[in-house]
Design a protein around this ligand. Sequence first.
Ligand code: FMN
Length: 192
Amino acid sequence: MDIMQLMKWCRSYRRFDQSRAIPDVVLDNIMEAARLSNSASNRQQLRFLVVRSPEMVEKIFPFTHWAAVLPKEAGQPKDGEHPALFVVPTYEAAEKAKWTDVDIGIAEMRMTLAAAAEGVGSCILANIERGPMREALGLPESTEIATIVAFGYPTHTSRIVDMKDGDVKYYLDEKKDYCVPKRSREELFRMV
Ligand SMILES: Cc1cc2nc3c(=O)[nH]c(=O)nc-3n(C[C@H](O)[C@H](O)[C@H](O)COP(=O)(O)O)c2cc1C
């Protein structure tokens, strides 16, 4: 895939083939992508918890909430559709800096692109129950979680559609594939 194809493919996926584990070589790339990520002042303050064992994945899955825009539960992965892996970026609360969230976003984007290059789908999740998740992961209260990323082999497709009347809501088509409206370039960019 060239880089622009990769950008198109690298959407949010919410149903996975749970029986397919992420191979070590792909996980290596995901971790290396985060390691080499840009960070403010090159501080590299993030630490990443890789939740890989099926038991741990199942332990934190109930604390993740998917596709809030869709009618009730339509976007929540069902049994057998759960992700194969989560990566949980963490930082120490006392060290929270102005750009910590930007660092997290960049690292997550790099990880999702590295995964996509190997056909692995992902979903960034902010709608999580941080308290119970922290406890399930054995993290102390001083350790913060912002957003996390789920990874797995997708069992649906997702395509960009033109936005109508400014409606940003993504939806499912008749095959339950995702359709994601994006604003036009004219709306987004202004040349000066
Ligand atoms: C910071 C951030 C938080 C998100 N949180 C969630 C979430 O909690 N649950 C979910 O299903 N999707 C979540 N998403 C995915 C967005 O819904 C998705 O990016 C958006 O609908 C556009 O779809 P696309 O990623 O395929 O372009 C999040 C995305 C970002 C960037």
